[in-house]
Design a protein around this ligand. Structure first.
Ligand SMILES: *Cc1c(COP(=O)(O)O)cnc(C)c1O
Length: 428
């Protein structure tokens, strides 16, 4: 087993890029042979408890019989057909389901293959909407610092300019507007000053701005920061006041992770456009969707060339749509909210002791997300092995050690994850 695992890793080292990785001085990678429930089995025989849900996705755990069955059933009918001029039950039923479970105003669904593309689609929709209304000057986006919306060029342009490496790509990235990131924590007392920079940018530049794009409540890859829902309420009011569309990127937060089905529910508001992805298929297939209001769809369709200018080859892939439907069915038919609440309570209790460690600057928990922030970046070359040796799969980034386990995780397994965090951070 060890030899097979070593062979696999040396081939990987020779030929395969990993996310945000170096081909010369790579951080450790571990070869996986299978995964089931919350357990990931390595090629060398070790078994890890999963703290990451494969980056927000695997909310029901791995190798779930209900999800497997949905894919197998669809596979026996067809794996894929083009979506230009053809349609199928997995796509129409999934669209109906997404429209039913998101805010009422969102009535139309554009399927794509990844979160970044769903964001590109949202931005193009906003620009086409204003062009259709004769307002060709409204082509810019307003984002906020610490934002993360994906890795394609259009999406990158609305990511935090510093962590998004805008200087490196300055000739190709469109200059967008950036307001200060919200400082008021989730559920903390709101100070109107927190939206001042956002508000003054909109006031000055709204004639050029097609849409505001925000990750509601949780700034995810940009720093795992949980901010006040009041910021979103005020953003909604200001967008209405200045005739700017509001895009919510719910790719990380959607499908229950923050304790609500969608994070916009914390603020009790609806965006004009919403992106979902990640947990959409329960982590099985790559699929994303951009939802928009009927008004946006009709305005684009009734004016100009009358079509929306986007069409991915694998749009609405039937296997992906079928497993997304099965995942949503599983979520809505079970006690997901109680599960996320109990994960939240356990994370609160068990991560609290980390606050007393001298290298820890903050501990925060929201729904099924637990974050321990340190005073300096972790060295992935050593820390990766520390977690694996303790039998857990936790992958920190920068100064953050964080977990967002599958919702099905049992109390004991979650305790193993939180103890590993405490012990690894203490021994740094
Ligand atoms: C992950 C993520 C994306 C990008 O999704 P990909 O599927 O990786 O392209 C966009 N926005 C947010 C908020 C995300 O967390």
């Amino acid at each position: 087993m060890k030899i097979e695992s070593d062979r696999l890793i040396s081939l990987d080292r020779a030929h395969v890029w990993h996310p945000y990785a170096s081909m010369v001085n790579p951080t450790p990678v571990f070869a996986v042979v299978s995964a089931s429930g919350v357990r990931i089995k390595l090629a060398d025989g070790r078994v890890l408890i999963d703290g990451m849900a494969s980056w927000w996705c695997a909310i029901h755990g791995y190798n779930h019989p209900h999800l497997n069955a949905a894919i197998e059933k669809q596979l026996s009918l067809m794996a894929h057909v083009m979506f230009g001029g053809l349609t199928h039950t997995p796509a129409t039923t999934l669209a109906e389901q997404l429209v039913a479970m998101t805010p009422d105003l969102l009535q139309t669904v554009f399927f794509s293959d990844s979160g970044s593309v769903a964001v590109e689609v949202a931005m193009k929709m906003a620009i086409q909407y204003w062009a259709a209304r004769g307002q060709h000057g409204k082509q810019k986006l307003l984002s906020i610092r610490q934002a993360y919306h994906g890795d394609t060029l259009g999406a990158m342009a609305v990511c935090d300019p510093v962590t998004g490496m805008h200087t490196l790509f300055n000739q190709v990235l469109t200059q967008q507007y950036f307001a200060d990131a919200p400082k008021t924590r989730f559920n903390a007392k709101w100070l109107e000053d927190d939206i001042a920079s956002f508000s003054s940018l909109l006031k000055k530049q709204h004639k050029h701005i097609a849409a505001v794009i925000l990750e509601p409540v949780v700034q995810a890859a940009g720093g795992m920061w949980f901010y006040s829902a009041q910021y979103l309420k005020r953003a909604r009011q200001l967008c209405d006041e200045y005739n700017v569309l509001l895009i919510f990127d719910e790719i990380a937060t959607g499908f229950g992770r923050t304790g609500k089905l969608f994070a916009c529910e914390h603020a009790d508001i609806a965006p004009d456009i919403m992106c979902v992805g990640k947990a959409l298929t329960g982590g099985y297939m790559t699929l994303a969707a951009t939802l928009a209001t009927r008004d946006i769809a009709d305005t684009i369709s009734d004016n100009g060339n009358g079509v929306f200018m986007h069409g991915p080859t694998f749009m609405a892939n039937p296997l992906a749509c079928a497993v997304a439907l099965a995942s949503i069915e599983l979520l809505l038919s079970g006690p997901w909210q109680a599960r996320v609440e109990s994960i939240e309570a356990q994370l609160q209790a068990q991560l609290a002791p980390c606050r007393d460690l001298q290298n820890v600057t903050d501990v925060r928990v929201l729904g099924g997300i637990g974050v321990v922030e340190l005073d300096k970046p972790l060295d992935m070359h050593t820390v990766a092995h520390e977690f694996v040796q303790r039998g857990v799969w936790i992958r920190p980034f920068g100064r953050l050690v964080y977990i967002m386990p599958p919702y099905i995780i049992e109390t004991d397994d979650l305790t193993t994850l939180t103890s590993a965090i405490y012990n690894v951070v203490r021994e740094l």
